[in-house]
Design a protein around this ligand. Structure first.
Ligand code: C5P
Length: 224
């Protein structure tokens, strides 16, 4: 990294999918590979930050020098993040957190019914981790919150609106439905003064650019 632009900063990052159990051997997950979040963790570490990565199930190696906490469910991710958020300067939510969990998950493996009937799953909404962190920021001013958004359409309109709705200073939009699992990505940064497109590149170079952008904004904030 050109400069240690995040030297002395503590950065908390979520990455990967979550896994929501249906029974002890089955569950619901999504196509997030964790590649973008892991690239952001690596880039933040290269920039000198002390990085904690709260990760859903992925097959990726832990980036060098990064402290990693493994979780399975959205609730576990929420609890790990809230337990670790004190003293953090930056929170970056890259994880594809399940919006719902199964309310009537079974303690035992569900058996196939003789009559061909299927289990009736009920869902309950998971807590929004980013919103919970943003709520603590409104009290202490820290951490600086960055969210990600994967939209399948109207990214420009949804991105700006989602930043406002989430109450965060910086939202990163992924262009196109094909970002999951890919090595490349195109991202758009939405902040209070508009948007900036970071053109298609591999996820690590985009992550490094994002880290510089975050460092710039932290710098500006400390000058205010
Ligand atoms: O609202 P949406 O899920 O599209 O927002 C995506 C952003 O919110 C991502 O940064 C994601 O990590 C975060 N998020 C979260 N907890 C949830 C859902 C999303 O932290 N339950």
């Amino acid at each position: 990294f050109q400069h240690k632009v995040l030297e002395g900063r503590r950065v908390l990052i979520t990455a990967g999918p979550t896994f929501e159990p249906i029974d002890p051997v089955r569950g619901i997950t999504n196509l997030s590979s964790g590649k973008m979040g892991y690239a952001v963790a690596r880039a933040a570490r290269e920039a000198g930050a002390e990085v904690t990565l709260v990760s859903g199930p992925t097959a990726l190696p832990t980036p060098h020098g990064v402290r990693r906490i493994d979780v399975l469910t959205a609730q576990q991710m929420h609890d790990a993040v809230m337990a670790g958020v004190g003293g953090q300067h930056v929170f970056i939510g890259v994880a594809a957190v399940a919006d719902w969990r199964v309310a009537n998950a079974s303690g035992q493996k569900i058996k196939k019914a003789e009559d061909g009937g299927a289990p009736q799953l009920e869902f309950v909404q998971n807590a929004d981790i980013l919103a919970s962190v943003a709520a603590t920021t409104s009290l202490s001013g820290w951490p600086y919150c960055v969210g990600f958004a994967a939209e399948s359409e109207n990214l420009m309109a949804y991105g700006a609106a989602k930043r406002e709705k989430k109450g965060i200073p910086l939202l990163v939009g992924n262009i196109g439905p094909q970002t999951f699992g890919q090595d490349d990505n195109t991202i758009i940064l939405f902040d209070e003064s508009g948007h900036t497109v970071l053109p298609r590149a591999d996820k690590l170079s985009l992550a490094r650019q994002l880290v510089s952008e975050i460092a710039k904004r932290l710098e500006q904030r400390s000058l205010l």
